[in-house]
Every structure is written in C-alpha cells, then in structure tokens.
Design a protein around this ligand. Structure first.
Ligand code: AHM
Ligand code: MG
Length: 337
C-alpha cells in the first residue's frame, strides 16, 4: 500500500495552501460533503440490483422524465450532505423544480448546481452513469437566491463529475487544472491517478477521431450539424472516416472525449431548439472541465461558459471537444444561421 498516497482531500488542501493561503477552507469542506454524497451514490449504484434500487420511484421530475429510485436517493444524498456542510447558501438540482435555499442557521457562501444521477435511462441495463456538479460563490450584491443560481460558467469556482463505470472516478476542474481521482473501495478514498488531465491534440497519437451524437435524430438536425456529421462519415480525399461512439450518458461520453479526444454533440433540433442538455448543472460544468483541459465548448455560436442562464432548468445545444473541430461547427452555424 502507498502510505504517501494523494487523496482528493489532501490534494484540495494542498491547492488551498498554495494558491489561496488566506481562504476560509469552506470550499474544502464543501468538496468533502460532495465526496461523501458521491461515495454513497457509487455504493448504491454497485448494489442497486440486490438492494432493489432499480425501477421507477413513482414520480416525475420537473422536465417530465420518470424518476428512478436511484435518482431519488442520489438527490437526497447531495442535498443532505451539502446542507449539513454549513458552506452552501442555495443549490439547484435537476430533480427539483425550484432552487433549494439552505436554512439560515446552516447557510454558507457557496452556490451548487448538480445533476445527482446523469444518464438515468442507462441505470437498468448496467451502463455507465454519473453525477455532475458546478460550484459558484454567492455574489456579494445578490439578495435573491435566484440571482445567486443564475450565474454564467465564467464565474465558476470549480466543477466536476463522478463516473460510475468499471471503476469510479472523480474528475475535478479548478482554475489550476483538471485532475482525476480513482475510488479505492478498500480504504474509502479517491486517489490521484490522472494528474493534470489535458484533452489530447487531434494530431497527437493518443488523439482519436471520434464523433459522438445520437444519430437516431438525424432527421431533425439542422443543416450545420448534418453537414458536419457528413464530413466525418464521408471525408474528402484519402482521409479516413471518423469512428462513432455514443453511450447516451453524458458523463461517459464526455469522459471518453477527455481521455481519447473527439467531439461530443447534443445539438438543438427542429423539434427542440435548445436540445436536451441542461445548462446550469450539465452543459456549464462539463464545458468548464473540457475548456480547463485545453478543449473547447460551444452552443454553436460561442463558448457555453459565456452564456448567461435565465432559468434554472434552461436547456442549451452543446458541442465539446477538439478546439479546431468546434471552430468548424461554429463556422457552419455562420454559414447556415
Ligand atoms: P438525464 O439527466 O435525464 O439522464 O438526461 C441527460 C442524458 C445525458 O446524459 C445524455 O447525453 C442524454 O441524456 C442522452 O439523451 P438521448 O437519449 O436523447 O440521446
Ligand atoms: Mg442529466
């Protein structure tokens, strides 16, 4: 056993000492609360079958999706752990129609938006799912909880996701970079296994040519997406076509994009102008992680981090991955406005 291992708590404490020596330590406490929720989710995901956590919980969430038992459990874990950390002022969850304001006696100065269990359509068939979160500071001049929640990605303090796959990994992005921590169940800790993650460059050996989109909706795509995907499937000259991978869990698709490179897309369609992916607790945290790792995000026109959210459950088209490819997509949107 490595007796000097770098746990995520140790890593966060060391970052605080190095970059923010005068800070209160509240963000470290908040991240610890998130870690507890994530560990509990990881354990629930692993034993879901035996513990009868599969199947519907019998209620619907705000966007009309059927809630699963695991969604409900994960949501309660996130809310309860964050509330009892005394560091959060207000939070927003995919599973709650309204924001959740922490009772005054327990309030702190942070704002957290999260999707407690992303990729829920994949729960029952044992495919990778995950949790996504973004952490902001409560603006000094904000009186209303809603104005604390509706902040752009440019103001994020940190963001991350946990991927419940063949192993459980936490990917954490701050202004100082992106780091990956693998869960070691034997000691109950996340250990730094992927320091300073950067998205591969497209022409580097580890940079794969993968496009990731739900092709089943091709009928509804706009011209920009149709032309872009066509150029990947039928490239000109001697260039080989790109591979296609689509899990249908954003955490898994984005994690693969971060590790192997490529482009992930969930565009708007004729039916749903803004697509499906929610801005505050899905698109913005994932865009922050990808951009901090050297990639690019876009809603077709500008970086997702530049978009000012207007509603808690607002949706946004999203394109993530290689910078030069995201630029191509933005050019196609200029061509076909
Ligand atoms: P969820 O938060 O209800 O699970 O929905 C979000 C998920 C994303 O993880 C994934 O990228 C997308 O929905 C898949 O949608 P589709 O099945 O339309 O391709
Ligand atoms: Mg989701």
């Amino acid at each position: 056993m490595d007796t000097e291992c770098m746990t995520v708590t140790r890593f966060v404490l060391e970052e605080k000492k190095r970059f923010f020596p005068g800070a209160s330590g509240d963000l470290t406490i908040l991240l610890n609360a998130l870690l507890t929720a994530i560990k509990a989710c990881a354990s629930a995901v692993r034993k879901a079958g035996i513990a009868k956590l599969y199947g519907l919980a019998g209620s619907s969430n705000t966007t009309g999706d059927e809630q699963k038992k695991l969604d409900v459990l994960a949501n309660e874990l996130f809310i309860n752990m964050l509330t009892s950390s005394y560091t959060v002022h207000v939070m927003a969850s995919e599973e709650n129609e309204n924001y959740i304001e922490v009772e005054t006696a327990k309030q702190g100065n942070y704002v957290v938006c999260f999707d407690p269990l992303d990729g829920s359509s994949n729960i029952d068939c044992l495919v990778t799912i995950g949790s996504i979160f973004g952490v902001w500071k409560k603006p000094l001049d904000s009186k209303e909880p809603i104005s604390c929640i509706l902040q752009s990605g440019e103001k994020l303090r940190c963001a991350g996701y946990a991927v419940y796959g063949s192993a459980c990994m936490l990917v954490l992005a701050t202004k100082n970079g992106v780091n990956g921590f693998t869960y070691d169940p034997s000691i109950g800790e996340f250990i730094l296994t992927s320091p300073s993650i950067t998205i591969p460059r497209m022409n580097e050996k580890r940079g794969q040519k993968i496009y990731s989109i739900n092709e089943g909706y091709a009928k509804y795509w706009d011209k920009a997406v149709t032309e872009y995907v066509r150029s990947k499937k039928f490239p000109e000259g001697k260039e080989k076509p790109w591979a296609n991978r689509y899990v249908g869990s954003m955490v898994a698709d984005v994690h693969r994009t971060l590790c192997y490179g490529g482009v992930f897309m969930y565009p708007g369609t004729k039916e749903a102008k803004n697509g499906k992916i929610r801005l505050l607790y899905e698109s913005i945290p994932m865009s922050y992680i990808v951009e901090m790792a050297g990639g690019q995000s876009s809603n077709g026109h500008c970086s997702v981090l530049k978009v000012q959210p207007k509603e808690i459950h607002q949706r946004s088209p999203i394109f993530l991955g290689y910078k030069e490819e995201i630029e191509k997509i933005e050019k196609l949107y200029e061509k076909y406005p």
